[in-house]
Design a binder for this molecule. Structure first.
Ligand SMILES: Cc1cc2nc3c(=O)[nH]c(=O)nc-3n(C[C@H](O)[C@H](O)[C@H](O)COP(=O)(O)OP(=O)(O)OC[C@H]3O[C@@H](n4cnc5c(N)ncnc54)[C@H](O)[C@@H]3O)c2cc1C
Length: 423
């Protein structure tokens, strides 16, 4: 009998977790599991800041090689650019990208998982290349590290915040609110940890920094009470704060101009852009009007039930948070296992998508913050904690992630939340 073909597009946090977790249910005789990614290494994005402010290259310690992990599981890895998806023909077009000059090919599937993340659209921000900084990959992390450590920064004002996020609405789950910012945890932790670094280097501190947001309030998905506490804390430390700026119009040598007519003077501008779906997803029957993949609470597409999505590529992932992607990955693996007869419906449906904002952020000086909240989606939980322990949890999670080869047991993920909540 032909083996079932499970094709996973994207081998980062969501895709790797799904590929590895699927092997808990089915061996390589039952299913051919193939992961396609343009990169062989997963970059542990959430810890770029920690490396940067220790003066280290993130590439030196944050890369996890994916192909050996899949090989060990009896799964395949293909290094290729995904060019397009045909959900009706159940085909994916890829271009092998190890070397230039390859010919494109089509891969068939029985089940497709879209875990391709998004395009971080710095190229939509006028003046970013000349005047902007960010911390979303090792190139930008290193650029900022050299700027700070090699005397580029002259002690002037600093602005840190997000461009406007464009969320889709077609087919969206009714408990997901509309957000104007894709993910503002990184803005907060960059501001806190940069302030600590400036103090340590005797170059200033929180008073140099203005945090800004396109939305009514920064990190509003963390819930009203948590945001009140965060803003109180930031205000007491001396941070400036601007909100409701709608979008970034342009960056200049002098600062940032916004769509609502305001501007912020800044020597250093650290920006988080719009999270934009990959162009080939837009216009597909499985996607919303922006190009995010529509799913139900089983993380499967209602019109093409053989198509699943997890992580930042899924329309339901708001905010774009790795911890939400982890939960969805757990759900996707179990739903595919159920489809293939390896799990009963009751067990597979035990957990359906039920989002919570869970975030461990760095604050510098070996301190961290912990947010656990679901009030934005109608729940009752709203927790903010700060201290050394939450920094240790953040660092400990990375160590565990690498030791486990990106396969985080669901109980461990739950234990992290339990520890954050109760200790
Ligand atoms: C600075 C920063 C800090 C963050 N901190 C946290 C945090 O502390 N906690 C948290 O929970 N979340 C955090 N996040 C969010 C988290 O990083 C994302 O939610 C997570 O990376 C999403 O995982 P993913 O697998 O869906 O997508 P990604 O990690 O974006 O992976 C997508 C994969 O698909 C591949 N790919 C994309 N397009 C193609 C293509 N066309 N062809 C082939 N391959 C392709 C990419 O190479 C990549 O490997 C942070 C984000 C940023 C930017």
């Amino acid at each position: 009998m032909a083996r079932t073909k499970i094709l996973i597009l994207g081998g980062s946090f969501a895709g790797l977790q799904i590929a590895r977790h699927l092997r808990d249910f089915m061996d390589s005789e039952a299913a051919e599991i193939t992961v396609v990614d343009r990169k062989t290494d997963l970059l542990f994005i959430p810890n770029i800041l920690l490396e940067l402010f220790e003066g280290k290259d993130p590439n030196a310690s944050l890369l996890l090689s994916v192909p050996p992990l899949l090989e060990k599981d009896g799964s395949r890895f293909i290094q290729a650019e995904v060019l397009g998806i045909d959900p009706d023909k159940k085909l994916v077009e890829i271009l092998p990208c190890e070397r230039p000059g390859s010919a494109s090919e089509h891969l068939p599937y029985d089940y497709l998982v879209i875990a391709l993340g998004n395009r971080l659209a710095f190229d939509k921000i006028e003046g970013f290349a000349e005047h902007g900084h960010t911390v979303t990959d090792s190139f930008s992390g290193n650029k900022l590290r050299h700027y700070l450590y090699d005397g580029g920064y002259k002690g002037g004002p600093i602005a840190i915040g997000s461009a406007r996020f464009h969320q889709g609405s077609r087919g969206q789950l009714d408990f997901i609110p509309v957000s104007l910012a894709a993910c503002e945890g990184p803005s907060l932790e960059t501001a806190f940890s940069l302030a600590a670094w400036l103090e340590e280097q005797e170059k200033g501190g929180a008073k140099n920094i203005t945090m800004f947001t396109p939305a009514k309030r920064i990190a509003e998905d963390a819930g009203e009470k948590v945001v009140d506490q965060l803003l109180d804390m930031a205000g007491n430390m001396g941070f400036g704060y601007k909100h409701d700026l709608q979008d970034i119009l342009r960056l200049t040598g002098e600062g940032i101009e916004f769509a609502n007519g305001e501007s912020i003077e800044a020597e250093l501008k650290i920006i988080f852009p719009d999270w934009v779906p990959h162009a080939f997803l837009k216009g597909l029957s499985i996607s919303d009007e922006e190009g995010f993949v529509i799913t139900n609470r089983q993380m499967r597409n209602p019109d093409h039930p053989e198509v699943f999505a997890a992580g930042d590529a899924a329309a339901a992932t708001v905010p774009k948070l790795g911890s939400i992607g982890h939960h969805q990955s757990f759900i996707v693996s179990r739903q595919i296992a159920r489809e293939m007869g390896f799990l009963d419906t009751e067990a597979a449906d035990e957990e359906l998508y039920n989002p919570e904002v869970i975030c461990y952020g760095d604050m510098g000086n070996r301190k961290g913050f912990y947010i656990h909240s679901n009030s934005w989606y109608g729940g009752q939980t709203q927790l903010l904690k700060t201290g050394r322990f939450y920094y240790d949890l953040k660092v400990g999670f990375k160590a565990a992630y690498f030791a486990l080869g990106g396969k985080v047991p669901h109980w461990q993920w739950k234990m992290g939340t339990w520890m954050g909540d109760t200790i």
